[in-house]
Ligand binder design. Structure first.
Ligand code: HPA
Length: 237
């Protein structure tokens, strides 16, 4: 059993997947949080590992960057490997006044101007919700652990917004003041999950903000990322 992008055997992949963008972050999670972690995919260096967390079998599989990449991996995992739940754990930027650097955001749904849905299914959808049930579990775990979670709508963009010459013009595409953060994958994941009747959530750590220009120490960054990883892992056991 293999797909064009995943070499794993069917039994190598757990029904629950944590999905960072960066393959080396998948390795970090496997090495620091999982027991008996086994490397189960190396195609294109898009590392996947399966192990156990507090006795629960879990796969950590990288998505790469952007909707096309997460679209491929989430589709193949849900459709061919019987994956039921994917939690993306990523980073984002923000131009919302109420969001600070290192806040952790849980996306209630992603707004997106991408052509992805049109090309895949001939539909034109701008906003897609994440999975309410899975979000509830994550919110409850955050409460239990006293970790503040910002829960609300986010933006998925096909461009890395910081590289736009006219950032104000970019931001005017998204006039809704409620949007908490901007990243490049959640819409693709939520769309594929909905299409295949599966569950998906997205946690993200804010790594840059229009309103909060603090310089972070690498320790601060790591603590925030670790909080997010633990919250995701705790919510699936
Ligand atoms: N991803 C991660 N960090 C960011 C982004 C993004 O799309 N935009 C601004 N900071």
């Amino acid at each position: 059993m293999a797909t064009p992008h995943i070499e794993s055997k069917l039994e190598d992949i757990a029904p629950v997947v944590l999905m960072p963008g960066d393959p080396l972050r998948a390795k970090y999670i496997a090495e620091n949080y999982l027991e008996d972690a086994k490397l189960i995919n190396t195609v294109r260096n898009m590392f996947g590992y399966t192990g156990t967390y507090k006795g629960k079998r879990v796969t950590v599989f990288a998505s790469g960057m952007g909707i096309p990449s997460i679209g491929i991996y989430s589709y193949e995992l849900y459709k061919f490997y019987n994956v039921e739940q994917i939690i993306r754990i990523g980073t984002c930027g923000s131009f919302n006044e109420n969001i600070k650097i290192l806040d952790v955001i849980l996306s209630s749904g992603a707004y997106c101007k991408s052509y992805f849905d049109e090309l895949l299914d001939g539909v034109d959808i701008d906003f897609i919700q994440s999975s309410y049930e899975l979000n509830r579990k994550i919110i409850n775990k955050a409460k239990e652990r006293n970790i503040e979670l910002k829960y609300g709508k986010t933006i998925t963009s096909d461009v890395f917004d910081l590289y736009c010459d006219d950032k104000d013009k970019f931001r005017k595409n998204y006039p809704d003041k409620e949007f908490l953060g901007v990243e490049m994958e959640a819409f693709g994941l939520f769309y594929i999950a909905k299409k295949l009747e599966k569950e998906a959530s997205c946690l993200m750590t804010v790594v840059d903000s229009l309103y909060d220009k603090r310089n972070l120490t690498s320790e601060e960054r790591q603590t925030s990322l670790d909080n997010m990883i633990e919250m995701a892992l705790e919510s699936i056991i």
